[in-house]
Write a protein that binds this ligand. Structure first.
Ligand code: PEP
Length: 251
């Protein structure tokens, strides 16, 4: 049985004080939720102050990216150890916005994954096709390339704590959601792929979130699909009421 996991990706939104306010309101609304892993991913500048508010409570904190090196001359970057030291438990890797605007490749994601797994961080690895790729019948090819590219060189046991997020790029921030069936189909494809490449046990255990315009209105339907284990939520996670409703739709 895979435990549900809902993560909010705040992207480049919220100053430190705004982030603290948002997370305090969230805590008030989800204090009774016990059966869902809840994660918030504020921008780097708000991580430490949000981590203080969350303490050792049930809502955990993640970063939106990290560098693969342990330290050194990488202006503007942060390392896995820096994130861990301020209380991060999770890190998003390979988000489509990183791939599109910052040229991040599968090989970069693979190096970041290696660096994250060398620590106790839990990586959330994002994969997903663009609109033209879906329309060209390339969804499975692209998703396979993203998954195998990120996972190259790892054994099944090393990947145990990784979380995957299937995020069709055409559904991110557009208001267009994949139907629950479309999303479930790709999740099932990913699980089969993992089974054939890394074995049944990892395929059964690994959690796969769906991301792309998840809202309170569509969360229950998406999350009731057998292969969908949670959601990575962008826009709707900035609205405390909406994010809490999404969490409660799974709980
Ligand atoms: C995201 O950026 O990961 C995302 C899913 O965004 P949105 O929910 O706004 O589509």
């Amino acid at each position: 049985m895979r435990r549900a996991i809902i993560a909010g990706n705040w992207k480049m939104n919220k100053t430190g004080p705004e982030a603290v306010q948002l997370v305090k309101e969230l805590l008030n609304r989800v204090s009774d939720v016990r059966d869902v892993d809840i994660i918030v991913c504020p921008p780097f500048t708000a991580l430490e102050s949000v981590a203080w508010v969350l303490g050792e409570g049930s809502v955990k904190i993640g970063a939106q990216d990290m560098h693969w090196a342990e330290q050194g001359a990488y202006t503007g970057e942060v390392s896995a150890k820096m994130l861990l030291t301020i209380g991060c438990r999770y890190v998003i890797l390979g988000h489509s916005e990183r791939r599109a605007y910052f040229g991040e490749s599968n090989s970069d994601v693979n190096k970041k994954l290696k660096a994250a797994l060398a620590t106790s961080l839990i990586p959330i690895v994002c994969v997903g096709e663009k609109l033209e790729e879906r329309e060209g019948g390339q969804t499975e090819v692209v998703v396979q390339d993203h998954v195998l590219g990120a996972f190259e060189g790892f054994s099944a046991s090393e990947l145990k704590r990784v979380i995957l997020a299937y995020e069709p790029v055409w559904a991110i921030g557009t208001g267009k959601t994949a139907t629950s069936e479309q999303a479930n189909e790709v999740h099932a494809f990913i699980r089969d792929l993992l089974k054939s490449k890394l074995g049944r046990s990892l395929a059964q255990d690994i959690r796969i979130q769906y991301g792309g315009s998840v809202k309170p209105e569509n969360a229950a339907s998406l999350l009731s699909q057998p292969e969908i284990d949670g959601a990575l939520v962008g826009g709707a996670s900035l609205d405390v009421e909406s994010f809490a409703r999404i969490i409660k739709a799974v709980s």
